[in-house]
Write a protein that binds this ligand. Structure first.
Ligand SMILES: Nc1ncnc2c1ncn2[C@@H]1O[C@H](COP(=O)(O)OP(=O)(O)O)[C@@H](O)[C@H]1O
Ligand SMILES: [Mg+2]
Length: 226
């Protein structure tokens, strides 16, 4: 589903954000990407979504080299990838419901279905009572759940989430993880970047560890060893 071949990312001359990363995420897999702050987790997700281009190396998503996709066709890649950004990126002047409906509008979902589907996904994250609120009227944790709902509303085959529990208390974090598990059980490939070891331990999923831009551990492969 997602393959990275010898990926390097350098934002500037001094520092290398990612160095010779080789990875493969299978369809339907649930993977954590972890490591200390500055290890390259966010960069890795941004490369898969083509928000950034690698300095070297190749990335295939569903078999396609994403560097070769023309700009006007990028929406197709992004329709297939739901993203929960670390900083949410909600539209301040639109209500919670409108924020989610907008994600459906941009991919051409019929107007009459937009609010209906937006509402049902809001219910999933337990925020239906906030549908008429504006993002800035919500707590950090609530904004995070709106961002998650928006990423899920298209039912994308791939979900990328960057520190999705960063602003949530432990109980809500577990709830969000259960939600991701459910979505994963329905076939979505889920990649979660987090430095929260507690969450990772509780889930028992494949965990890829980065340190200073290098892949230092992949639990998936170590458990497969004899
Ligand atoms: N836009 C950017 N410009 C320059 N350096 C960046 C940029 N984004 C990230 N970096 C650097 O790349 C490295 C990896 O960052 P990041 O991917 O955000 O790590 P993480 O998400 O694991 O904390 C860090 O050293 C960071 O300072
Ligand atoms: Mg990060």
């Amino acid at each position: 589903m997602v393959q990275l071949f010898h990926i390097y990312k350098q934002y500037d001359r001094e520092s290398t954000a990612l160095s010779d990363i080789n990875l493969r995420f299978e369809k339907g897999e649930f993977v954590f990407v972890t490591g200390p702050s500055g290890a390259g987790k966010t960069t890795l997700l941004k490369l898969i979504f083509r928000e950034e281009l690698p300095s070297r190396g190749q990335i295939l998503v569903a078999g396609r080299n994403i560097a070769m996709i023309q700009l006007h066709k990028l929406f197709r890649l992004r329709r297939n990838i739901g993203v929960v950004f670390q900083d949410f990126r909600l539209l301040k002047r639109r209500t919670v419901l409108e924020n989610i409906a907008f994600a459906l509008q941009v991919v051409g979902c019929p107007a009459r279905l937009q609010k209906q589907r937006a509402f049902s996904v809001l219910k999933m994250v337990g925020l239906q009572h906030k549908m008429q609120s504006y993002p800035l009227q919500l707590s950090g944790g609530e904004q995070q759940r709106v961002a998650i709902a928006r990423a899920l509303v298209n039912e994308p085959p791939i979900l990328l989430a960057d520190e999705p529990t960063g602003n949530l208390d432990p109980e809500l974090s577990q709830e969000i993880m259960r939600l991701f598990s459910d979505i994963n059980a329905h076939g979505t490939t889920v990649v979660v970047a987090t430095h929260n070891r507690e969450i990772i331990r509780s889930m028992g999923k494949r965990t890829v560890t980065l340190e200073r831009g290098r892949l230092v551990e992949d639990s998936h492969h170590s458990t497969e060893a004899p």
